[in-house]
Design a protein. Structure first.
Length: 240
């Protein structure tokens, strides 16, 4: 039996890395996408015992996305799961935010999700099956001062998820979003968390593996076949 194939964008480190390893452990073949860190991506694949391969692409660029999906299809012959994880932050107060800081975040965190989902849909429609999981954020649910660009992009991902879930449901394709709270990654290591912890009922930041476990459920569990258009907050209770 052919193993199901998953593509995880931005999978060379942090949450994406944890997701890629979790899906490989669940028995999937994983396409590990990276934009600038081939060595880090290769180290992820090295832990997969032959169940993965790396694919370089900046998913904010339409031509690179087209090539990425062509390469994945050529190597593996199918695509069963897409995890849109790639993202960046360019934090700053609105009055001081540069145009490029706004645009870069929107281009990768939102347009990249659109480009990859559109490309994946073309493959999944032929199979009449597939699962798409978009990584949003509690910033997109609650807003966050100093993150107007990031919050806007992540809120856009939620709206996009719901719209596409409605479009694709009749073809057996589910589309859901996972909204992490504050997770212990390179992206959050420089943040001052004293005030943040007071807002989290569980009183701690999350682990990348806790996001990965939620994605694994949505991507692989038979019980998740009846879940679509939903946003699951994995945030220690922050957004309840």
């Amino acid at each position: 039996m052919t193993k199901p194939v998953a593509l995880v964008t931005g999978a060379s480190r942090g949450i994406g890395r944890a997701i890629a390893l979790e899906l490989a452990q669940a028995g999937m073949t994983v396409a590990v996408n990276y934009a600038r860190s081939p060595e880090a991506a290769q180290s992820v694949v090295a832990q997969m015992e032959g169940n993965g391969a790396i694919f370089g692409a900046d998913v904010s660029q339409a031509d690179q996305v087209q090539q990425l999906f062509a390469d994945v299809l050529e190597k593996f012959g199918r695509l069963d799961v897409l995890v849109n994880n790639a993202g960046i932050t360019r934090d700053g107060l609105l009055m001081r935010m540069k145009d490029e800081d706004w645009q870069q975040v929107i281009d990768l965190n939102l347009t990249g999700v659109f480009l990859c989902t559109r490309a994946a849909t073309k493959l999944m429609l032929k199979q009449r099956s597939g699962r798409i999981i978009n990584i949003s954020s509690t910033s997109g649910v609650l807003g966050n001062a100093g993150q107007a660009n990031y919050a806007a992009a992540k809120a856009g991902v939620i709206g996009f998820t719901k719209a596409v879930a409605r479009e694709l449901s009749s073809r057996g394709i589910t589309v859901n979003a996972v909204a992490p709270g504050f997770i212990d990654t390179d992206m959050t290591k420089d943040l001052k968390l004293d005030g943040v912890l007071a807002q989290i009922p569980l009183g701690r930041v999350g682990k990348p593996e806790e996001i990965a476990g939620t994605v694994r459920f949505l991507a692989t569990d038979p019980a998740a076949a009846y879940i679509t258009g939903q946003v699951i907050c994995v945030d220690g209770g922050m957004a309840m």
